[in-house]
Write a protein that binds this ligand. Structure first.
Ligand code: PEP
Ligand code: MG
Length: 594
């Protein structure tokens, strides 16, 4: 049994068999031989695989240095030693030159011999070293076989283990085959994390090196609530796991009970709490979690799972389904379609990254304005869908007024095209701007004068304000939602919207943390949109507070003197809210915030 700790991404307790994605050694031709004249070349190939593995391990150690204790780090330092182990090298070279076997075959044979020797040892600690041998063997083998890994076949629901999945990989796995995710890398706002949350799939990321700690057929317990994964658990651990799982279900019921009451806050103030979804997510999740419509429809996921552009018809099919779903909910619920947010780490399947700095490159609205045909086809599909239910459009990653105006120019053109064709759509469809770039936040007043609403994408706003990659676990400590600079940009945006009389939403994942959600409400936000599974706890928190409480909190943060750091602001907010909503403590221990 072995337990690894990582970052809790998406709550829930699941157990099951594992499947390792994109890290299988795959089609190793076991008995491949080499011609005598190729022996030296084969030995050189083995050494080049060793060098690459050494570099990979050095990077891993560097990455783990600040996050794991010294003894965990030692495991990998030992692996480094094994890569340079003279016996390993001598034996592999000997198989290649004396028996004319390929480097892969020779490595397999030598590692099997090592494993046999360790298996016979009495000392359980030394027997455990077999895992280390397998670990190093797997790394070396991967270097040797290159990209010949065959595609993974999903036969039964499993816990998906991977180094790190891209959004495209994530969406290509059939949902019914996923029990949970456990990844070596990642952070709370990397896209696989967002996806796991919105699909309500328990997930733990940033585990360091889970991939080499499991083998196909192993059973693992995945605790997405507290961020740990246990491989091959004993009886006692299974019992404890089940106890936690039961308590979580009880708390879920308490939250669900709360659902039957009405009004967002104690004093009757209405704050719309809506869901972030993408095409493919079952729209019943809106009802299950009590969402007031869809505050962010991530349309780009239609692109991510394919190599070509989805047709206008296909887009229309998805968009109109969402419009119909919110129409059925009534009560003013609407769906806010974000136009294609492609680029950065969100690439189409098969696309190559050809920008040196894709997060600062031709992405999102910039991409659409330089691919107008794609933009126009999407606008047509959205406008046609708007005839079926209350809809809105919003533009991502806007940084200049010119972009907003050009996008609106295309929107007007498509509207008149549809009119001419006699196709119905919502003539007054609201148009909003996402505030994700500091430049847009600083100039929010200009945008607020020309848009129908603003929506703050805190995932990107924090990333660009702090100059910290939202998906890079090694700088995750700098990803600070309550950094005074972030709060100041948010306050500028919110005040601009309030003063211009338009609504303002927070649709980044910070909205799902009840502590931050309350702060944003106190600062003047009218809507919060998040992965649906976080909605019940936020609603519960808001119901225990009145708007004046939230405003008092925001004012206190604004007036904080002394150490006004991200950590100090967050803990002030937490203490304030916990005093008024004491139950939140236990609920939070189960329903971890971002
Ligand atoms: C954001 O940046 O906060 C956002 C909602 O957009 P995404 O996470 O899809 O980039
Ligand atoms: Mg964004």
């Amino acid at each position: 049994m072995k337990t690894l700790s990582g970052i809790a991404i998406s709550r829930g307790f699941v157990s099951g068999p594992v499947i390792i994605v994109s890290d299988e050694v795959g089609s190793v031709q076991l008995e491949r031989s080499v011609a005598p004249e190729k022996v030296l070349e084969e030995i050189a190939r083995f050494h080049s695989a060793r060098r690459a593995t050494r570099r990979q391990l050095e990077d891993l150690i560097e990455d783990l240095r600040l996050r794991v204790d010294a003894s965990s780090l030692d495991i990998f330092k030992n692996h480094l030693v094994m890569v340079d182990d003279p016996t390993l090298i001598r034996e592999v070279e000997s198989y290649i030159s004396n028996e004319f076997l390929s480097a892969e075959t020779s490595l397999k044979r030598v590692c099997a011999k090592f494993r046999d020797a360790f298996e016979k040892m009495d000392d359980p600690y030394l027997r455990e070293r077999i895992r280390d041998i397998e670990d190093v063997e797997r790394r070396l083998m991967k270097q040797l076989v290159g990209d010949e890994t065959p595609p993974v076949v999903f036969e039964k629901p499993s816990i998906i283990i991977a180094d790190e999945l891209t959004p495209s990989d994530t969406v290509s796995i059939p949902r019914e085959m996923i029990l949970g995710f456990a990844m070596n890398k990642g952070s709370s706002t990397s896209h696989v994390s967002l996806l796991a949350r919105s699909l309500d799939i328990p997930a733990v990321v940033g585990l360091g090196d889970i991939v080499s700690q499991v083998k196909p057929g192993d059973i693992v317990l995945l605790d997405g609530t507290h961020g740990c994964v246990t491989v091959n658990p004993d009886e006692e651990t299974i019992e404890g796991f089940e106890r936690l799982s039961r308590r979580e279900r009880e708390l879920k019921e308490i939250l669900a009970d709360d659902e039957s009451r009405t009004g967002s806050m104690k004093d009757g103030t209405i704050i719309h709490i809506s869901a972030n979804v993408q095409p493919g997510v079952p729209l019943e999740c809106l009802k299950t979690f009590g969402a007031h419509g869809i505050g962010l429809y991530r349309s780009e996921f239609l692109w991510l799972s394919r190599e070509d552009e989805p047709s206008e018809e296909l887009q229309f099919e998805y968009y109109s389904a969402a419009a119909k779903a919110v129409a059925a909910m009534g009560n003013g619920a609407r769906v806010t379609f974000r136009v294609l947010d492609l680029g950065g780490d969100k690439l189409q399947r098969g696309a190559v990254m050809n920008e040196a700095n894709p997060f600062l490159g031709n992405r999102s609205i910039r991409y659409l304005l330089s691919h107008r045909d794609v933009f126009k086809r999407q606008l047509r599909a959205i406008l046609r869908a708007s005839a079926f239910g209350p809809s809105a459009i919003m533009y991502p990653m806007v940084s200049t007024l010119q972009e907003l105006r050009e996008a609106n120019f295309e929107l007007r053109a498509i509207k008149s095209e549809l009119r001419t064709e006699g196709i119905s759509f919502d003539e007054n469809i609201p148009v909003g701007v996402m505030i994700e770039v500091p430049a847009a936040a600083i100039c929010a007043r200009q945008f607020a004068r020309e848009a129908d609403f603003l929506s703050i994408g805190t995932n990107d706003l924090i990333q660009y304000t702090m100059a910290v990659d939202r998906g890079n676990a090694s700088v995750a400590g700098l990803y600070q939602p309550t950094h005074p600079a972030v709060i100041s940009l948010m306050q500028q945006t919110i005040s601009a919207a309030n003063e211009e009389g338009i609504s303002v939403c927070v649709c980044g994942e910070t909205a799902s943390d009840p502590i931050l959600g309350v702060l944003w409400v106190g600062m003047g936000v009218n809507e919060l949109s998040m992965s649906a599974s976080f909605i019940p706890i936020l609603k519960k928190t808001l119901r225990e507070l009145s708007l004046s409480d939230a405003r008092e909190l925001a004012a206190a943060v604004n007036n904080m003197g002394g150490e006004k750091t991200a950590a100090a602001i967050y803990s002030y907010c937490r203490d304030y809210i916990l005093k008024k909503v004491p139950q939140l403590e236990e609920i939070q221990s189960f329903f971890t915030s971002v």
